[in-house]
Design a protein around this ligand. Structure first.
Ligand SMILES: C[S@@+](CC[C@H](N)C(=O)[O-])C[C@H]1O[C@@H](n2cnc3c(N)ncnc32)[C@H](O)[C@@H]1O
Length: 204
């Protein structure tokens, strides 16, 4: 049986969760906790939530979390996990901010893990995130540092990670304050090690 392409998230959803991804989510959650003072009054959105690994790692420290993803397969797995955990604080929505109108709901925290590199126009997405936050709200975005394209291979149209200075400038241009990009964790993929940053910024 041939392996599903890296961006066929519907096909990959059933087998998405594994020990390495759970550990990555825990490391990213720890970095988010270090970067931002989380409180149970915070209403949060995870963008590109997939099966919800990061939301499950952060729940309890924050208030209700909306898990947004454009893949029906990923959403179905997330729904199943939420039902199994009886997690009334988590809900799943179909949302693609590159295509959908700006949602009405506003949040105190927007976070994502390994999703930015799949979005063609990241500066525009940052502007949308800014519009979706309440005053004082935060973004916490974990993704790959600049890499040579080997993470996805030559046939996949994604960003080859990001340069930290460029991310900071995009966040500032979107209207964010206190943009910072720091080390988050590393991940092993096809026998190589890739570094992951956590970008944080605040809406004043
Ligand atoms: C590499 S996976 C990461 C999933 C999850 N955050 C994790 O780390 O386990 C990228 C996720 O982003 C979602 N995604 C990609 N483009 C998207 C978009 N434009 N809007 C919403 N979700 C998107 C995919 O469906 C997929 O679930």
């Amino acid at each position: 049986m041939s392996e599903a392409p890296p961006t066929d998230f519907d096909a990959r959803a059933q087998h998405w969760d594994d020990a390495a991804k759970v550990r990555r989510a825990e490391q990213v959650a720890a970095a988010v906790r270090r970067a931002v003072e989380l409180t149970p009054s915070m209403k949060a959105l995870e963008y590109g939530a997939g099966t919800g690994l990061l939301s499950f790692a952060l729940r309890g420290a924050i208030g209700p979390i909306t898990l947004a993803d454009s893949s029906a397969g990923m959403r179905a797995v997330a729904e199943r996990k939420i039902a199994a955990a009886n997690a009334a604080d988590l809900r799943v929505i179909d949302l693609d901010l590159t295509r959908d109108p700006l949602p009405a709901e506003r949040y105190d925290l927007i976070f994502s893990m390994m999703t930015l590199h799949h979005v063609a126009d990241v500066p525009r997405l940052f502007g949308v995130f800014h519009s979706m936050l309440n005053a004082g709200g935060w973004v916490c975005l974990a993704d790959l540092d600049s890499e040579d394209g080997s993470f996805h291979g030559p046939d996949v149209q994604v960003h080859h990670g990001f340069a930290r200075a460029e991310l900071r400038s995009w966040l500032a241009a979107a209207g964010f304050q206190d943009a910072a990009v720091g080390d988050c964790c590393t991940l092993e993929h096809h026998g190589r090690t890739y570094s992951v940053f956590l970008a944080t910024a605040r809406k004043s």
